[in-house]
Design a protein around this ligand. Structure first.
Ligand code: G3P
Ligand code: MG
Length: 356
């Protein structure tokens, strides 16, 4: 454990503390838990299964509704994770409901991005796969693909009966959402270039670019493969470079997720709710700003997790592990954490020792 630069919390004694865990490279490598991760999370519960420390998962990954992800994590970690403890890159897309609830929108990414958006309440959402299927020959190399990106149990289509072929041909797409890592980059870049130029693959240019939202912007992340893998941010660069060559107006997009300050504000508010609504021993200070004495962000990506927590300021404390993107001996040079540990288990041991 590197020498920590943690604050002296004496003046905040009595206020609660909380923890936000990154998932990829901290809790999981691919679908497998990292050694000690399950035990670390289990230490945050009392013997009777109630939560001892308010905590959540703050990941830039996604592709499944929070309820499903919570079930998956519960099985992998042997505890009962609540859907509200899963904050994904796309979780904040909910806030855009007022703007696009009944507008035609397209969603792409691994998992079931249309189901994610339908569950948030968007009524006219198509997966890019389904949208593409309405335009014959839109993907000129589709006959060479002997696979599909359509989710296996396509629940999203049942939820989307309100949207019809008629809507697809008549209406402009108002916004495109990159919900998680795109699977078929070639098709997605082609179809997004079509949509973002005109609002429809067959349409005339009649107005500005439809909005484009990214759930995150990670250039790379740590999955199961030993070396780093390209993430949503890499896809964004590819799309942007190509769009800007085929179109006269530069691509505009809006990016959510870490390290954006909004992601940390939202995590703080969620942790506060978890603390208020769960049966903790102490219930103090209901004031939003000084509610926590410390909020630890345990992450593996210096330019995303550590930079984000640092930018978010008090009461966030960035903690860096060596099980993911960062594997250096000391601290990261450009985005140093307050504490660097080998694993998430070391992080939790340290935090509990310090705070209790
Ligand atoms: O696609 C997932 C990745 O970009 C990062 O996930 O959990 O490390 O924020 P996480
Ligand atoms: Mg990570």
């Amino acid at each position: 454990i590197s020498q920590p630069l943690l604050h002296n919390s004496a003046q905040f004694k009595g206020l609660p503390f909380g923890i936000a865990f990154d998932i990829d490279g901290v809790i999981l490598r691919g679908r497998a838990p990292i050694a000690g991760a399950a035990q670390a999370i289990q230490r945050l519960y009392h013997k009777d299964g109630t939560m001892k420390v308010p905590f959540l998962f703050l990941t830039n990954g996604g592709g499944l509704p929070e309820s499903k992800r919570a079930l998956e994590l519960s099985e992998l970690l042997g505890v009962n994770i609540l859907p509200s403890q899963v904050v994904q890159g796309h979780s904040m897309f909910r806030n855009l409901l007022g703007r696009y609830q009944n507008e035609l929108i397209v969603a792409t990414g691994k998992g079931d991005p249309a189901l994610v958006m339908s569950e948030y309440g968007f009524n006219k959402v198509f997966s890019i796969e389904e949208y593409t299927s309405y335009f014959k020959d839109i993907d000129p190399v589709s006959q060479y693909k002997n696979w599909t990106t359509m989710p296996k149990n396509d629940q999203s289509s049942t939820l989307m009966k309100k949207a019809s072929a008629c809507d697809v041909y008549r209406e402009r797409v108002k916004a495109a959402f990159v919900v998680s890592d795109p699977v078929d980059w070639g098709r997605d870049i082609q179809v997004l270039c079509d949509i973002l130029r005109t609002g429809s693959p067959s349409g005339q240019e009649n107005g500005g670019q439809p909005a484009l939202y990214f759930a995150a912007d990670d250039l790379e992340y740590q999955a199961a493969f030993p070396a780093k893998r390209l993430g949503v941010g890499a896809f964004r660069i590819a799309l942007e470079s190509i769009f800007n060559r085929v179109h006269h107006t530069p691509l505009e997009c809006i990016i959510y997720g870490k390290p954006e300050p909004l992601a940390f504000k939202n995590a703080e508010a969620t942790l506060r709710q978890l603390h208020c609504h769960t049966d903790f021993d102490v219930q103090l200070n209901n004031n939003q700003s000084d509610y926590f004495r410390a909020l630890y962000m345990v992450g593996d990506n210096p330019s995303v997790d550590i930079k984000g927590a640092r930018q978010a300021g008090d009461p966030w404390i960035p903690v860096l592990t060596r099980t993911g993107l960062f594997q250096g001996k000391g601290n990261h040079k450009e985005y140093p954490a307050d504490l660097v540990v080998d694993t998430v288990k070391d992080a939790v041991d340290y935090i509990l020792e310090k705070e209790f």
